[in-house]
Design a protein around this ligand. Structure first.
Ligand SMILES: [Zn+2]
Length: 88
């Protein structure tokens, strides 16, 4: 077994390395914003044989978008966040 070191997170827009959220006694400081998105497909789940299947959007290729605090305030990044789920 190899010890796995998580790769350093970088802002998807400007490439700046971002720090994780710092927890302090009085609260926490957000170091970056993370948007989990990805390609989705329609999937159906049936809990019991006599039930109609429920269709839902399944994320088949999860993709994380990291944004530093500075870029998060930029309009184009904000649009990306607001458009979450609207894949072309
Ligand atoms: Zn940035």
């Amino acid at each position: 077994m190899e010890a796995s070191v998580p790769p350093a997170l970088r802002c998807a827009r400007c490439g700046a390395a971002v720090d994780g959220t710092q927890h302090t006694r009085s609260g926490y400081v957000v170091g970056y914003y993370l948007l989990r998105t990805g390609r989705t497909e329609e999937a159906a789940v049936r809990r019991r044989d006599d039930e109609a299947p429920i269709t839902y959007r399944r994320v088949v290729e999860p993709f994380d978008v990291v944004s530093c605090l500075r870029c998060f305030r930029e309009p184009d990044v904000h649009r990306l966040w607001l458009g979450f789920g609207d894949q072309p």
